[in-house]
Design a protein around this ligand. Structure first.
Ligand SMILES: Cc1cc2nc3c(=O)[nH]c(=O)nc-3n(C[C@H](O)[C@H](O)[C@H](O)COP(=O)(O)O)c2cc1C
Length: 146
């Protein structure tokens, strides 16, 4: 069974909600999913996963949360492939700073797939965006391993 790690940082719950939707959508594809809340859960062995999905909110004018930086350091190498999503709010600096932490993570990990950016909670109209992105992630992964 293909196994994905979904590692996410969430303060007020938006990123956690997105992570949950991604997890459900992957499970429907038959993927084994391990959820890891950054800064809270004990990190499983990163080498035991076929792919990483990393999610973060953005803080303080485009900043990556400290716990996400600690997580990256804790991993200590660049797993491949890494897929990235984020939640943010355009009120904090418009498009330039929107989900900037997710953009920075994707660049750092040389992610080859589009970053999913969700404004606040994924509930409602953005939910289908999350599901479609997740299906695309899995298709992309299958192509990489064909
Ligand atoms: C002090 C503060 C600064 C923020 N700065 C940004 C920012 O620079 N860019 C952005 O896209 N969102 C920014 N946000 C919005 C959060 O990233 C957004 O609310 C996110 O969905 C929170 O995720 P969480 O509910 O998982 O904690 C900021 C929020 C707060 C409270």
């Amino acid at each position: 069974m293909v196994s994905f790690l979904i590692a996410y940082a969430s303060w007020s719950g938006n990123t956690e909600e997105v992570a949950g939707l991604i997890g459900e959508a992957l499970a429907e594809e038959g993927v084994s999913v391990t959820m890891h809340r950054i800064g809270r859960d004990v990190l499983p062995n990163p080498r035991s996963f076929d792919a990483f999905i990393i999610g973060s909110f953005t803080w303080d004018r485009g900043a990556t949360p400290d716990e996400v930086k600690d997580f990256v350091a804790q991993i200590g190498y660049k797993p491949n492939p890494v897929f990235v999503f984020g939640t943010g709010d355009t009120q904090f600096g418009g498009d330039d700073l929107f989900c900037k932490a997710a953009d920075k993570l994707a660049k750092f990990y040389h992610s080859t797939y589009a970053v999913l950016k969700i404004e606040q909670s994924p509930r409602g109209a953005q939910e289908s965006e999350v599901i479609n992105w997740t299906k695309g992630v899995y298709t992309h992964w299958q192509h990489l391993h064909a």
